[in-house]
Design a protein around this ligand. Structure first.
Ligand SMILES: C[S@@+](CC[C@H](N)C(=O)[O-])C[C@H]1O[C@@H](n2cnc3c(N)ncnc32)[C@H](O)[C@@H]1O
Length: 232
């Protein structure tokens, strides 16, 4: 079986429902990994954000504290319950964030709209991660940045094999395919990789990329803005 795939892939609707149920517990469940270092990776990545920022799959808004105060923030997630949590987090922080319920694979924003497009810890969850990366590239300005913090299959052989053995069971639980290869997904989406670093036994990736050069060519031929998502 190819890595990162399982015979029982949850559908997008199942993933949305799972996260609607999981929303009240998400922060608690993630507290330990955050303290052990994920928080610090978020801070490192997001200090590179600037200008008009789009975060896809915002979840409960765990990245919101780490954006430079000069950023104008828009964030989307497919789960209404997660967006509601992100709204609470933004209010607690006193941040103005334009939040919407939206599928990251079908972003309702015009081409080349954002200076920075962000995704953290969700490429593992999207049913079609390459389609999401292509959408992120589409809405990113040609000179803009795509910032990713992702986890995937370890580059330590023993650990990678251990992840492979448990991948299907893990994916069934929350739709998280933990043996995907983020660098390979970025390559398949045609993004231009600017910097890449691996952390924690080669499981976590901090990636900075830019849209493919072809995005500019496509847009010059004139493509219409897409429809808008549902406001939270
Ligand atoms: C593991 S959580 C990560 C949340 C957040 N990015 C973080 O770093 O904590 C995955 C998130 O992806 C969202 N999600 C899954 N599929 C999505 C899609 N197609 N479009 C937008 N959000 C999606 C889920 O609702 C959930 O909030």
């Amino acid at each position: 079986m190819p890595q990162g795939h399982s015979t029982s892939m949850p559908t997008q609707e199942e993933i949305r429902r799972k996260y609607n149920q999981f929303a009240p517990w998400y922060d608690l469940a993630e507290a330990l990994p955050e303290l052990l270092g994920v928080q610090s990776l978020r801070r490192t990545l997001l200090q590179r954000a600037s200008g008009q920022v789009l975060e896809v799959a915002v979840g409960t808004g765990k990245n919101l504290p780490y954006y430079p105060t000069t950023c104008q923030l828009t964030a989307v997630d497919v789960s209404l319950a997660m967006v509601a949590r992100a709204r609470q987090q933004a209010d607690t922080l006193g941040l103005h964030v334009h939040l919407q319920v939206m599928d990251a694979a079908h972003l309702g924003f015009p081409d080349q709209y954002f200076d920075t497009v962000v995704d953290t810890l969700a490429l593992c969850t999207f049913p079609d991660p390459v389609a999401v990366l292509c959408e992120m590239a589409r809405v990113c300005r040609p000179a803009g940045h795509i910032l990713l913090l992702e986890h995937g299959r370890s580059d330590r052989a023993w650990l990678g094999r251990w992840q492979d053995r448990r991948a299907e069971r893990h994916a069934r639980h929350l739709g998280c395919h933990w043996n995907r290869e983020p660098l390979e997904l970025v390559r398949q989406a045609g993004l231009r990789l600017i910097t890449a670093a691996r952390r924690f036994f080669g499981i976590f990736h901090l990636l900075e990329a830019a849209p493919p050069a072809t995005v500019l060519a496509d847009v010059s031929e004139g493509s219409a803005p897409r429809g808008r998502g549902q406001h939270a």
